[in-house]
Design a protein around this ligand. Structure first.
Ligand SMILES: [Zn+2]
Length: 71
């Protein structure tokens, strides 16, 4: 299989705190083995919330595709 190169766009996905609406949620601590949730805390107000995914998260998408289909 030959090497294939393509141009990709880097996208950072952040989750803005539901409590204060300003801070970004950051992963804190270990994943909960029972629920599979990742604990996060707001960098500004400290509000804690768990997500199935981690934030911030880096996505790579093809330049032509834009942001469609990369949820
Ligand atoms: Zn907050």
């Amino acid at each position: 299989m030959p090497e294939v190169k393509k141009s990709v766009k880097t996208i950072e996905v952040n989750y803005i705190c539901d409590a204060c609406g300003h801070g970004m949620m950051e992963q804190r601590g270990e994943i909960d083995p029972a629920s599979g949730d990742h604990p996060h805390a707001c960098v500004i107000c400290g509000h804690q919330q768990s997500f199935k995914l981690t934030y911030p998260r880096i996505l790579y998408v093809e330049e032509e595709e834009g942001t469609q289909g990369c949820a």
